[in-house]
Write a protein that binds this ligand. Structure first.
Ligand code: PMV
Length: 358
């Protein structure tokens, strides 16, 4: 408990904090964790622009002092007690870090920019938006996080406790989470920006998210990470992620799309390979996922356009390509891929500028 972060009676007041925070797409995947949300290997992702969560946290002094979290949670403009209970539980765990939360009555209103049914992982955007709100709240009352570096670091650390991948969404462009000698200042506890290391071609990279299914995942990320503890390939995998990070960083700096693409696609298939070799094994790809992957590879071969796929923990395909090829690639999506998509839906996105305080 940090006793310095208790609001004095005369400072207790009502107000709100409000953030928009994006999702991200990992190129080097985080899969396997230990301790309290610590990664088994460093991961690297691009921060997206359009797929985001907007979260408003309103607060007022509790009517009468009590222990614990008092929370009214709204999702997509409706009160949501199921999500609310999960968020309240998360906030309870954060009381030692933010003891003033026990002094306030909280209302959280959260909306996603993408359809809830699109099957896109929203934990990175929602947990990072919530973490940013909590850090702004601390700063409003105590002025402790005026320094941007300290603010981002704490927000990333708190986001990580909610969802590991969320730690990376705090930063514009691209970020690395997990200690590695390849990135100065990197840590298992929070992510750091590597935006300044990106060649211009990667700063405007597109990511069209091709929706194959909107069904809820049969195996949660939490369960998937846990299965890595007994996966026979785990230690080789963690070593491989470190080696690939080295090569990927060189490719990102040099603007080497081919090297980038090879690692990107292999990481996606490795992630799903790990799922298939877990015990019990499971499959998150759908037949259309494979058809789309094959179509992307065929299209790349025929046109020589550097377009590559990656996958998250689900069946949807992220298609990555440089800005200059947008017209041809969109023709390909509408002409060849549309029939394989769920309701023909894809979400056009690109490497973005990071969270915004509203
Ligand atoms: O953030 P979590 O615990 O939901 O884990 C997600 C991990 C992947 O999205 C599959 C990969 C990654 O690094 O984002």
């Amino acid at each position: 408990m940090n006793p310095d972060l208790i609001i004095s009676q005369d400072q207790l007041k009502a107000g709100d904090v409000h953030w928009q925070s994006p999702s991200n797409i990992a190129i080097i995947k985080y899969w396997g964790k230990h301790g309290i949300q610590l990664p088994q290997n460093p991961s690297l992702s691009f921060t997206l622009q359009n797929a985001l969560t907007e979260t408003k946290l309103s607060y007022a002094p509790k009517e009468s002092p009590s222990k614990g979290i008092e929370l009214d949670f709204w999702f997509e403009e409706q009160q949501n007690n199921v999500f609310g209970a999960k968020v309240a539980n998360f906030l309870e765990q954060l009381i030692p870090t933010f003891p003033f939360l026990e002094q306030l009555s909280l209302k959280i209103q959260s909306v996603n920019s993408f359809p809830h049914s699109a099957g896109i992982a929203s934990s990175a955007s929602s947990m990072s938006a919530l973490a940013l709100c909590l850090c702004s709240l601390e700063d409003q009352f105590f002025g402790t996080l005026g320094d941007d570096v300290a603010f981002d670091r704490k927000a990333s650390n708190i986001a990580r406790l909610g969802s590991g991948s969320a730690s990376r969404s705090i930063f514009a462009g691209a970020a690395v989470w997990g200690q590695t000698n390849l990135v100065a200042g990197s840590s298992d506890e929070f992510a750091v920006s590597i935006e300044e290391r990106l060649h211009p071609v990667f700063k405007t990279l597109h990511d069209d998210i091709l929706i194959v299914s909107d069904a809820e995942k049969p195996v949660s990320s939490r369960a998937g990470h846990a299965l890595m503890n007994d996966n026979p390939y785990a230690s080789t995998r963690y070593a491989q992620a470190n080696q690939r990070l080295d090569i990927l960083l060189q490719a990102l700096e040099a603007g080497d799309l081919e090297k980038f693409g090879k690692i990107t696609e292999n990481e996606a298939l490795t992630l799903h390979g790990l799922m298939m070799t877990s015990n019990p094994s499971y499959l998150l790809m759908e037949p259309q996922t494979i058809s789309i992957i094959q179509a992307i590879r065929r299209y790349r071969k025929e046109t020589q356009i550097p377009v590559y796929f990656t996958l998250d923990a689900g069946p949807n395909v992220h298609m990555l390509y440089p800005e200059e090829h947008i017209a041809s690639v969109r023709g390909f999506v509408h002409g060849e891929l549309a029939s394989m998509l769920h309701d023909g839906v894809y979400i056009p996105d690109f490497v973005g500028e990071g969270p915004v305080e509203v």
